[in-house]
Write a protein that binds this ligand. Structure first.
Ligand code: SAM
Length: 251
């Protein structure tokens, strides 16, 4: 089977995906716990497999010890380079693309992959990665993982958008604009729902400048958004982590 996709830059970093890993344990924990074969694919792990290694150890600690992670890479050099980190059957590295190399995972994490594709390639990639029924977490973050955004995609359709920031270093939520998923980044212009969302978030952040520190400020910001009537899907326990999940702002 020929892997579907194209080799792109392999930039990655230890701990870069900790924010989304925490979300996966929370959002997909039950799915994984109830699965007969709790398989998770890390699609496009990059030049080194460090974030796949971390995903396996975080899910094993937080969800179930027998969770299996397969890192898929379209670049064969990166697949060979990752083999010393394999720990079968818990952690393996194989060549594959959006077709998922014939595997049927429960969850797919694809981070900083689609940002290097054209926007009109996104829908087909989403469909391919969810074709066997997996829940897809597809997103983007900065080099150190301090600012991240991701979509949850089911049956090829995005259902939610999550914004997540390391609060002590967050100066203003406007920084999310340059880290939006590929499907939204070109639609952050007046009149589009994602633009309205970021504007409202920015206004609420400016209004809630409290002396109590960034965690309280973010919590008050999200509460204000919710009180203004915007649909906020998560609650204070997630807000305290610097997260906000909303229905997908369809362009
Ligand atoms: C920027 S790296 C991301 C590494 C890691 N996921 C992270 O967020 O730090 C993107 C990787 O995705 C790989 N890639 C791109 N398209 C792919 C596809 N269709 N299937 C599998 N891997 C792919 C590239 O070869 C590259 O190594």
């Amino acid at each position: 089977m020929k892997p579907v996709g194209a080799i792109t830059r392999g930039t990655t970093n230890p701990n870069r995906l900790r924010r989304v890993d925490n979300f996966i344990a929370y959002r997909c924990g039950r799915l994984l716990t109830e699965a007969a074969r709790p398989l998770v694919i890390d699609l496009g792990y990059g030049a080194t497999p460090v974030t796949a290694v971390e995903l396996r150890s975080r899910l094993a600690a937080a969800v179930r010890s027998d969770v299996a992670v397969v890192g898929l890479e379209i670049d064969p050099v990166r697949v060979s380079g990752a083999q010393p980190f394999a720990d079968p059957p818990w952690l393996e590295f194989r060549r594959g693309g959006f077709e998922l190399a014939g595997l049927a995972p429960v969850v797919v994490r694809a981070f900083n992959v689609l940002r290097q594709y054209a926007e009109d390639e996104v829908a087909a990639a989403w469909r391919a990665m969810t074709a066997t029924g997996a829940l897809l977490i597809e997103g983007t973050c900065d080099e150190l993982g301090r600012i991240a955004t991701w979509a949850v995609v089911e049956d090829g359709v995005p259902t939610t958008l999550t914004l997540s920031a390391r609060l002590p270093t967050l100066e203003h939520p406007a920084v999310f604009a340059e880290r939006l998923p590929k499907a939204l980044i070109h639609h952050n212009v007046p009149g589009h729902p994602v633009h309205e969302l970021l504007r409202a978030l920015g206004r609420a952040w400016e209004t809630e400048a409290t002396p109590f520190g960034p965690r309280q400020r973010w919590t008050a910001t999200v509460r204000r958004l919710r009180d203004e009537g915007r649909p906020v899907l998560d609650g204070p326990a997630r807000w305290r982590l610097g997260e906000l999940t909303v229905p997908w702002p369809r362009p």
